[in-house]
Design a protein around this ligand. Structure first.
Ligand code: RB5
Length: 158
């Protein structure tokens, strides 16, 4: 009998971007996402040649904010720079994640729609495990909804 897909493993469109420092990890994670059956919009970069991370964070952010992708994945050396850039796009909640616990909480509490990794800080397997947990976790709503709505309100008056 063919394995049945669980309700949680629905197919998503995921925008992925990195700078040179995150390129190799992004490549691994894009492959992993495709193996899981997801569709990937690759926003670059396409090699380990030095580039500036802001444009890639912004590209991923736009794909998510404009509804072309349901989730985003960003990788740079630390995950920090590219997350700061992605978070400049209104509607983006980008979270730097280091392990499965932070990945799950980023979804459950923050309804993060972009996950960011630091390729110089964590290994590929940790990133894959955390990414899977992130995609499987669900926003809990309730008091957490009020808090993220407060953030959306701030964006409205910028
Ligand atoms: C690039 O050297 C590095 O600064 C970048 O990948 C990232 O870690 C910035 O936050």
């Amino acid at each position: 009998m063919l394995p049945q897909k669980s309700e949680k493993s629905n197919i998503l469109k995921i925008a992925a971007g990195s700078d040179h420092a995150g390129y190799l990890m992004k490549t691994q994670l894009v492959e992993f996402l495709k193996e899981l059956g997801h569709e990937v919009i690759d926003c670059g970069t396409d090699s380990t040649e030095s580039v500036d991370y802001p444009i890639y964070g912004q590209k991923v952010g736009h794909q998510v904010a404009e509804g072309f992708a349901e989730m985003g994945l960003c990788v740079c050396g630390t995950g920090i720079g590219i997350s700061i850039a992605a978070n400049k796009v209104k509607g983006v909640r980008a979270a730097v994640v280091h392990d499965c616990s932070s990945a799950i909480l980023a979804r459950e509490h923050n309804n993060a729609n972009v996950i960011c990794f630091g390729a110089r800080l964590i290994g590929d397997q940790t990133a894959k495990d955390s990414l899977k947990e992130f995609l499987d976790a669900e926003f809990l709503g309730g008091r957490h909804l009020r808090r993220i709505e407060e953030i959306s309100e701030m964006e409205r008056y910028e």
